[in-house]
Design a protein around this ligand. Structure first.
Ligand code: UDX
Ligand code: ADP
Length: 464
């Protein structure tokens, strides 16, 4: 079969895999190949058990794999054979040298650019999809134009806004698709080519174009704004606990103002995930780099409030359980950074578990999808933690439950049955405010939500 377009994606991770599967699914006339240096990952993409868990992903991969979607290890040949190359390699926070702990580590991106230059035999459109600091396209262009040959490369920015757990839904029906390019004749031509791909299933009005730097920056800023909302409501949750207000009621009242909007106002133990912290720190680094310390401080405070919120949660557990956790069994319900994903990157549960272990608590971790990753994250604590998928078995014999992930499953558990199996007094720390707290209190739990008055069976000193 002759394909209309030949597309390659370098990097078969959370971004590359699902977004290419969607293009293949929506554009049967295009051939889409996803390549990675990690051969195990490619084998997994070619197997029955995909390396990424996303509702709906299995279905579209099954429909397209082997027809117009391919997972390949031979990056060199793939670069030669394809005209459009998406770059979806990882861009973690730098752990060394200048900018360590904040700036993005661009070594994988640079290696990819060099590979593209080395193996290309015809003109290519190279599209940055990974989240990057503003002006990365310039470095990419410089590398790609450093060769001796006459091959032309056009670099575009097309950041991915999908969220984990809803990736397929977001890819199928995004709020917007953003395409940034140089505003030159060749830049605009390449931009049109990419618009053409998305036009196969996305309405024109949702495909927005911009200059390349605005596009790069928009991704960082979008994530920073979302994280800022979470930190804003979390900071208010601390005040609610002091003032006997209820953070959910405050969030509802504030969010019903159409200028504010109601999404991303759920108070909890703080945001996790591979993007928010990394992208904000990246933004902070950029602001400092450009001599804007006030702007850098402003955004850094979003991360600081996130750390504060986790610290507050631990202090609450410790304080409520008579200031000692030594030898007490604590069941962590949920380890993923949010529901509907097995991903645990930057999950607040990692830090909180470590802190509980430091207090010599015995920790039992339960999660329907993330136990494998949890065990990897906490490999250095081996022997101190039990991993039990079944929530009832995990909770039995424990002194406290701590909900860390907003899995639907946890809303539907039989808490009467769980209460009966626990050591008394039984504590329940709802780090995601997902349970009916009054009901749990009536069952017998001492209940500690976030940003709402605690419901405890203990008499206060004035009462006793
Ligand atoms: C985010 C962005 O939403 C997405 O657009 C971008 O492409 C990648 O980063 P993701 O990291 O998958 O997506 O998760 P998201 O749904 O944004 O949640 C991030 C964190 O914030 C989670 O830990 C979640 O539990 C937390 N959160 C979210 C809250 O604590 N309260 C809320 O109201 C919303
Ligand atoms: P993201 O969440 O941004 O998709 P992941 O870590 O899930 O990040 O995926 C990035 C993928 O990119 C990894 O599978 C990694 O092996 C791959 N990768 C990194 N550098 C290269 C490279 N030079 N060539 C091909 N693949 C690469």
């Amino acid at each position: 079969m002759k394909f209309q377009k030949k597309i390659l994606c370098i990097g078969a991770g959370y971004v590359g895999g699902p977004s290419m599967a969607m293009i293949a699914h929506k554009c049967p006339d295009y051939r889409v190949t996803v390549a990675d240096i990690n051969h195990e990952r490619i084998d997994a993409w070619n197997s029955a058990e995909l390396p990424v868990y996303e509702p709906g992903l299995d279905d579209i991969v099954k429909k397209t794999r082997g027809k117009n979607l391919f997972f390949a290890k031979d990056i060199e040949n793939q670069i030669k054979e394809n005209d459009i190359i998406f770059v979806c390699v990882n861009t973690p926070t730098k752990t060394f040298g200048t900018g360590a702990g904040k700036a993005a580590d661009l070594q994988y991106l640079e290696k990819t650019a060099r590979q593209i230059l080395q193996y290309s035999q015809s003109p290519k459109i190279v599209i940055e999809k990974s989240t990057l600091p503003v002006k990365t396209a310039l470095a990419m262009e410089r590398i790609l134009s450093s060769g001796k040959g006459k091959i032309t490369f056009e670099v575009l920015s097309n950041p991915e806004f999908m969220a984990e757990g809803t990736a397929i839904k977001d890819l199928e029906n995004p709020d917007r698709v953003l395409i940034g390019s140089r505003e030159t004749k060749s830049g605009l031509k390449a931009r049109a080519e990419l618009v053409d791909i998305y036009s196969n299933w996305i309405p024109q009005e949702k495909i927005i174009t911009s200059n390349i730097w605005s596009s790069e920056l928009s991704k960082l800023v979008a994530n920073a704004f979302l994280a800022q909302r979470v930190s804003s409501i979390n900071s208010i949750s601390a005040l609610c606990e002091k003032a006997d207000a209820n953070v959910a009621e405050v969030a509802r009242a504030v969010g019903m103002d159409s200028r504010v909007g109601g999404k991303f106002l759920n108070a909890g133990i703080g945001f996790g995930g591979s993007c928010f912290k990394k992208d904000i720190l990246n933004l902070v680094y950029l602001c400092s780099y450009y001599g804007l310390p006030e702007v850098a401080d402003y955004w850094e405070s979003v991360v600081k409030i996130n750390e504060y919120q986790q610290e507050r949660f631990i202090a609450n557990i410790l304080g409520s359980m008579f200031n000692t956790l030594a030898g007490k069994k604590i069941c962590i319900l949920g380890f993923a950074f949010k529901a509907d994903t097995g991903d645990t990157r930057e999950s607040p549960a990692i830090y909180i578990t470590r802190r509980l272990l430091a207090e010599h608590a015995e920790v039992i971790i339960s999660d329907p999808k993330a136990l494998k990753n949890a065990a990897l994250d906490l490999a250095d604590e081996e022997g101190k933690i039990d991993y039990i998928e079944d929530a009832y078995r995990a909770a039995a014999g424990c002194h406290a439950l701590a909900i860390m992930t907003d899995w639907d499953l946890y809303k539907k558990l039989d808490y009467k049955k769980i209460f009966k199996s626990m050591v008394k007094p039984a504590f329940l720390f709802d780090g995601r405010n997902i349970l009916d707290h009054k009901k749990c209190f009536e069952i017998g739990f001492n209940v500690y939500p976030i940003g709402k008055p605690a419901l405890s069976h203990f008499k206060t000193s004035q009462e006793s």
